[in-house]
Design a protein around this ligand. Structure first.
Ligand code: G3P
Length: 222
């Protein structure tokens, strides 16, 4: 399973990239606004220098002509830019055009299996189903991932990777991995939660204490 980090905060991206666990980054207009970047283009340039995997940069317009121009501009920033477009008729027309011209496209704001079929037919590199936002309205976000993965597996011509988004907690990741989703884009806070277990902390503390009792050191050993 590939791990993308879901943030536009460059310092968070640098910190998490140092773990060696990051395969990409996803941003969106809300995350960019939260990060307070002065220049979106410069921000994406800098992220693409830190993480060599796909970096999603979302168009701002909603009409076909302007989204296409924006997407072409974003694609020029770096080879690893994945242009993000919304799952609308115009967004999928842009997806088709950009994909046919060799640009990675991440189709976002997906909330149904029928939408995911359209994105695959439009040549998307990634589809981003928002599991957390479905859970937020008492629907089953993980069931959507199960449905999309099952459908995509029926058609080898579909090259679209399922990129699980709107991840709220570690169990979203575990369930998506059990299903075989290709990618999860994970907020920094949730990535850090993945490490945590009280028995690991307790066991390590016991190892440290017991080692101290031996009175030995590894580095000074003859
Ligand atoms: O990548 C999409 C993700 O940022 C949306 O997450 O928490 O706003 O539903 P959320």
């Amino acid at each position: 399973m590939k791990f993308f980090v879901d943030t536009a905060d460059l310092s968070e991206i640098k910190d998490l990239a140092s773990t060696g666990l990051l395969d990409g980054v996803t941003t969106n207009p809300s995350l960019v606004a939260q990060a307070g970047a002065k220049s979106f283009i410069t921000l994406i340039e800098n992220i693409c220098k830190v993480v060599k995997g796909p970096v999603s940069a979302e168009v701002a317009a909603t009409d076909y002509p302007t989204m296409l121009k924006e997407g072409q501009r974003l694609a020029k920033i770096a080879k690893n830019v994945a242009v993000k477009v919304p799952l609308t008729p115009d967004g999928l027309k842009v997806c088709r055009h950009l994909s046919d011209n060799g640009t990675m496209v991440n189709v976002t704001l997906c909330f149904s299996a029928s939408q995911a079929i359209l994105a695959a037919k439009a040549g998307a590199a990634f589809i981003s189903p928002f599991v957390g936002r479905l859970d937020d309205i008492s629907m089953d976000g993980i069931q959507l991932i199960r449905d999309i993965v099952q459908i995509y597996r029926q058609y080898p011509s579909f090259k679209t990777e399922v990129l699980v988004a709107s991840v709220r907690h570690p169990l979203h990741l575990v369930e998506a991995a059990k299903i075989g989703a290709h990618v999860a884009t994970i907020p920094p806070k949730v990535i850090r939660q993945l490490y945590a277990h009280p028995l690991t902390d307790k066991g390590l503390a016991a190892f440290v204490d017991d080692w101290k009792k031996t009175g030995q050191t590894i580095l000074d050993a003859a």
